[in-house]
Write a protein that binds this ligand. Structure first.
Ligand SMILES: Cc1cc2nc3c(=O)[nH]c(=O)nc-3n(C[C@H](O)[C@H](O)[C@H](O)COP(=O)(O)OP(=O)(O)OC[C@H]3O[C@@H](n4cnc5c(N)ncnc54)[C@H](O)[C@@H]3O)c2cc1C
Length: 222
């Protein structure tokens, strides 16, 4: 199935690395994490480079549904039980800050940002959903238990929160990528003490951010 984002937005091509370079911060991976890191660092005046094994945004990011929300399934009831109310509040606050950051970015870079409600529903477990709504309320969030979501099938119940959002990630990331030094088709193969070896040359860096979604140094014992 083709991604709706790749179907509707064309992303410019970037050259691959050609020989050895030096940078302050190396970001490995050109998905939403790598591009946002690159944009934020560049904006803060920090010299950085993004390397991407394939094309930027061609990994998990191209398949995202692109909802921006602090609801991620039923997590808050569990989180309060396991880590306590204060930590759950901190987590929620970080999520709310992130929504706000996306809102600000969308003002500068139009990307079909649209405020909407977010729902987490269950087909058969009303109790679980009620508990999640209560957990969110304990944290101080404006969550409601609802039975009608407009879905064309019957549900046991849903948690509904307002002021969440949806956006077109490719519209945004395409613009953010324009300000960053990016090398595509450049795969990081090995870490050395002061540099990394890529398929197209060495990169010397003071700091490295691994934004590959899956660990790239996933060896036994490492
Ligand atoms: C179907 C689906 C729906 C989703 N819906 C949502 C949603 O609604 N809201 C939400 O917030 N999240 C959602 N997600 C999750 C979200 O899409 C991911 O969390 C996010 O895209 C991850 O981005 P990333 O940059 O960390 O990873 P990726 O986009 O996977 O980027 C990592 C990049 O690293 C590159 N790379 C890997 N190894 C190397 C190497 N050795 N050298 C150089 N480059 C390398 C890869 O090629 C890749 O481009 C969804 C995910 C899926 C699959």
């Amino acid at each position: 199935m083709q991604s709706i984002w790749t179907k509707t937005t064309e992303i410019e091509n970037f050259e691959s690395l050609n020989g050895d370079i030096r940078t302050d911060v190396l970001i490995i991976g050109g998905g939403i994490t790598g591009i946002l890191c690159g944009y934020m660092l560049k904006k803060a005046g920090i010299d950085c480079v993004v390397v991407e094994a394939d094309r930027i945004l061609s990994g998990t990011t191209k398949n995202t549904t692109a909802k921006i929300t602090y609801l991620h399934g039923c997590i808050y009831d569990k989180m309060i039980k396991r880590y306590g109310l204060e930590k759950a509040k901190l987590y929620a606050e970080a999520q709310i800050d992130a929504i706000e950051e996306f809102r600000k970015l969308s003002e500068e870079f139009p990307c079909d940002f649209e405020e909407m409600c977010s729902y987490v529903y269950s087909l058969n477990d009303k109790n679980k959903i009620e508990k999640e709504a209560e957990a969110l309320q304990k944290i101080g969030l404006d969550a409601k238990f609802v039975e009608d979501t407009g879905l064309p099938f019957k549900i046991a119940g849903a948690v509904c929160v307002e002021n969440q959002a949806g956006f077109n990630p490719f519209m945004l990331l395409k613009e953010l990528a324009k300000d960053i030094s990016i090398y595509e088709h450049t795969r990081v193969l090995e870490f050395k003490p002061s540099y990394v070896v890529t398929s197209k040359g060495k990169i010397y860096a003071n700091k490295i951010i691994v934004a590959t979604h899956f660990p790239l140094n996933n060896k036994h014992g490492s």
